[in-house]
Ligand binder design. Structure first.
Ligand SMILES: Nc1ncnc2c1ncn2[C@@H]1O[C@H](COP(=O)(O)OP(=O)(O)OP(=O)(O)O)[C@@H](O)[C@H]1O
Ligand SMILES: [Mg+2]
Length: 391
């Protein structure tokens, strides 16, 4: 008994440095994001002359938005300091801090970790911030990561206040610059006042990663986290193939890490494609959840109808007619009015675009536009459970 436990606990791992697979780890180089870093440098260059700037980074999940912003801002602070320009950088995750007061408190905690978390109004906190910056003779760059969460909950008042921060007291040079990050076009969520300071030209778009780009990103982590030769060539190719569908670097890195753990658990010394497949089976649930959250209610109801039908019938396919009938039932269960036939078709397409289902023309003998729907990657039962939680 004791031997089993100790054997497992002290067994050597194929992973040399697990910290390099951490989502917070910032690698020295960011392959295939040089142009975005360059654009940021061009955009924020005026900070070196004490002139504030605002920007937005927009792009899908796992495309490097957060890591680009962190890398750039850290470099900016060091480069500016070498020119005797003092910039304070604060990175706020607005999903964790989704009100104006919580965001401001996060900023003030950067200067004073013991700043009381209640008892001050937003205006008072802005005043404290102003004093902090004057005392340090510093300007501030605030990254509002996942900014859509703040805008949805609190509106854009704080964004407005921060961008107008230095306008009133022009004798003091304490500018604040903002960099907003979001998966969606966050500009659309702002009111006119805040919008006027966010010019359209200041948006940096990042796209999904292509297969070869994912390959290079995985390769970098293989070199950082594993000893040479431990991860087989085929495994790297397979991870790139699987991750290509999503274009998501986080998913690729997660697959690599889980494949390493799968090799360890099987007491094997190299990471082979079978370990990657095992990792995929485990990982899809995480990815599914993120992608499900991006679907709207009727898209979810459509997906739910398909999953329900496939699970119940035990078949590989359900035709669109049957799916639509089940959709009507599912709507009823959730007290929603089923949308018209043409809308249902749009939902089907949306759910296909999101990567959950595939549609194909049915064989001969079937009528008109009937198509067959399948759910290739995820067990119907799992989809049902997850969608149910969201509905
Ligand atoms: N070009 C790259 N080179 C190396 N690692 C990368 C690159 N792009 C992303 N990564 C890594 O992939 C993971 C996801 O990146 P990041 O967190 O920046 O994505 P994101 O666009 O902010 O996603 P989300 O919208 O979900 O917040 C991180 O571990 C990051 O270090
Ligand atoms: Mg992010």
């Amino acid at each position: 008994m004791a031997n089993i436990i100790e054997d497992e606990l002290f067994r050597s791992s194929v992973i040399k440095d697990v910290s390099c697979l951490d989502f917070d780890y910032i690698p020295k180089e960011l392959p295939h994001r040089e142009s975005q870093l360059q654009l940021l440098a061009q955009l924020f260059r005026p900070l070196l002359s004490q002139v504030s700037q605002n920007g937005v980074i927009v792009g899908p999940v796992g495309t490097g938005k957060t890591v680009i912003a962190k890398t750039f801002c850290q470099k900016l602070v060091t480069a500016a300091r070498s020119k005797q320009v003092f910039i304070e950088y604060v990175h706020i995750n607005c999903r964790k801090r989704s009100t104006d007061a919580m965001v401001l408190l996060g900023i003030l905690n950067h200067f004073d970790s013991r700043f009381p978390d209640r008892g001050f109004s937003v205006q008072e906190m802005l005043e404290v911030l102003r004093k902090q910056l004057i005392r340090r003779n510093a300007q501030l760059i605030v990254v509002l990561d996942e900014a859509d969460a703040l805008l949805k909950k609190s509106g854009s008042d704080l964004i407005y206040d921060l961008t107008r921060f230095s306008d009133e007291q022009q004798q003091e040079k304490t500018p604040i610059s903002l960099l907003l990050i979001s998966q969606k076009q966050v500009i659309e969520l702002m009111d006119d006042a805040a919008l006027s300071t966010f010019k359209r030209s200041n948006i940096i778009n990042v796209g999904k990663y292509q297969r070869n780009e994912l390959y290079d990103i995985i390769m970098q982590r293989v070199d950082l986290a594993f000893n040479p030769g431990i991860v087989e060539e085929d495994s790297i190719d397979l991870i790139a193939d699987i991750a290509e569908e999503w274009g998501d670097a986080r998913f690729a890195i997660e697959l690599l890490g889980k494949a390493g753990v799968a090799a360890d658990n099987r007491h094997e010394e190299r990471v082979n494609p079978e370990h990657v497949r095992a990792a995929k089976a485990e990982t899809y649930s995480v990815v599914t959840e993120t992608k499900l959250k991006n679907l709207e209610r009727h898209q979810l109801l459509t997906l739910q109808a398909i999953a329900k039908r496939l699970h119940h019938d035990g078949t590989a396919y359900v035709n669109t007619g049957d799916a639509e009938k089940t959709y009507a039932l599912v709507c009823e269960e959730h007290e929603e009015t089923p949308r018209a036939h043409t809308m249902f078709w749009h939902y089907l397409k949306d759910v296909e675009d999101a990567g959950f289902i595939t549609l194909k023309k049915s064989g001969k003998g079937q009528l008109g536009t009937t198509q067959l729907i399948s759910l290739p990657d995820i067990p119907a039962e799992i989809v049902q459970g997850k969608v149910q939680e969201l509905l």
